[in-house]
Unconditional design. Structure first.
Length: 195
């Protein structure tokens, strides 16, 4: 059964219409993992010039996190940290953080949101720019986590010879996390440092 609301201004909607729309939204949210996987796949044809494409970089970052024994939220963060590159390269970190925010603890969201700034430590000086922008967060409780995320999993994941797991390997994790109740109990987990 298809449904179309009759109102043309939200203020005029009825309870019945909004309940029908809510049901449709729940059904749509169930397919979120498919859209995340599709967006990750599109990174294969994105920004070029590196030794690996953006999809391989993302897979390699997640593979490194998994092999380091990181928990599932860190592995997911490593997998999707550059998902915003296609639509918003200048603030891709914030896009990726917004996507994962309802499904992971705040520590992981903050690290993904800041990884672009922290990552610039490795290249900004080559452009004549300040590579120490991350220092403004030096006293932040998750500074070291973001520093390690970039050092161990992000900046090191441009190696065409690294044995990288395919996207199908991470699909169950994507489906598990992106079907959690948004802003559910998982959000209140205590911080877990990157070992």
């Amino acid at each position: 059964m298809t449904f179309t609301a009759r109102f043309t201004q939200m203020i005029d909607g009825t309870t019945e219409e909004y309940l029908a729309l809510e049901k449709m939204e729940h059904e749509y949210l169930a397919t979120l993992p498919d859209r995340i996987l599709s967006a990750l796949s599109q990174l294969k044809t994105g920004l070029g010039g590196y030794a690996v494409d953006r999809l391989t970089h993302s897979l390699q970052s997640a593979t490194r996190a998994e092999r380091d024994g990181a928990d599932e939220e860190w592995v997911l963060a490593a997998l999707v940290h550059d998902i915003g590159d296609e639509l918003s390269p200048m603030n891709h970190s914030e896009i990726a953080a917004a996507i994962i925010k309802p499904y992971v603890r705040p520590q992981v969201t903050w690290v993904v949101e800041q990884h672009g700034l922290f990552q610039s430590y490795y290249f900004n000086h080559h452009y004549g720019k300040d590579r120490h922008g991350r220092e403004r967060f030096r006293d932040h409780p998750w500074f070291n986590d973001c520093e390690q995320f970039c050092l161990r999993w992000d900046q090191s994941s441009f190696d065409p010879h690294y044995p990288t797991m395919p996207l199908t390997h991470f699909e169950p994790l994507v489906r598990k996390i992106f079907t959690r109740q948004a802003f559910g109990e998982h959000i209140h987990q205590s911080a877990i440092a990157i070992a």
